[in-house]
Design a protein around this ligand. Sequence first.
Ligand code: CDP
Ligand code: MG
Length: 137
Amino acid sequence: METTLVLIKPGGVERNLIGEITRRIEARNLQIVGMKLFAADRARVEEHYSEHRERPFFKDVCDYLTSGPIVAIAVRGTNAVKAIRTMMGATNPLEATPGTIRGDFALTIDDNLTHSSSDAEAAERELSIWFPEGLAK
Ligand code: CDP
Ligand code: MG
């Protein structure tokens, strides 16, 4: 069993995709073990994206993540990290396969609707940022 993090970015919340995204996660037989909608504070977003601190898009992606409410979801299941990454699709939606969230609902890299942890180590680190209180189950 693995637990991974999904963030529905402000664009996904704005476009009323919370239901569609959580429906797909549950349909895959992955279990939602934590979920909350809130306005992310800048410090936590910067910590979340700390690996990208020196990248040219760092400021823009942090601006985007703090531009409106987000939904943080903890997802658990067999091979959950890889399964979720694949379901979300390639970072650039133009390269994302149809059938993925990004391939079905996004057009641009700066508004690619979701975040998901890249590996088990990232998942553990990111879950502790967004669910410091721990998970309900
Ligand atoms: O989200 P993912 O792990 O697929 O991609 P990343 O390489 O870890 O980049 C994090 C986020 O930064 C992306 O999801 C995009 O929102 C943003 N980004 C961007 O706006 N422009 C880029 N050239 C690369 C990433
Ligand atoms: Mg990433």
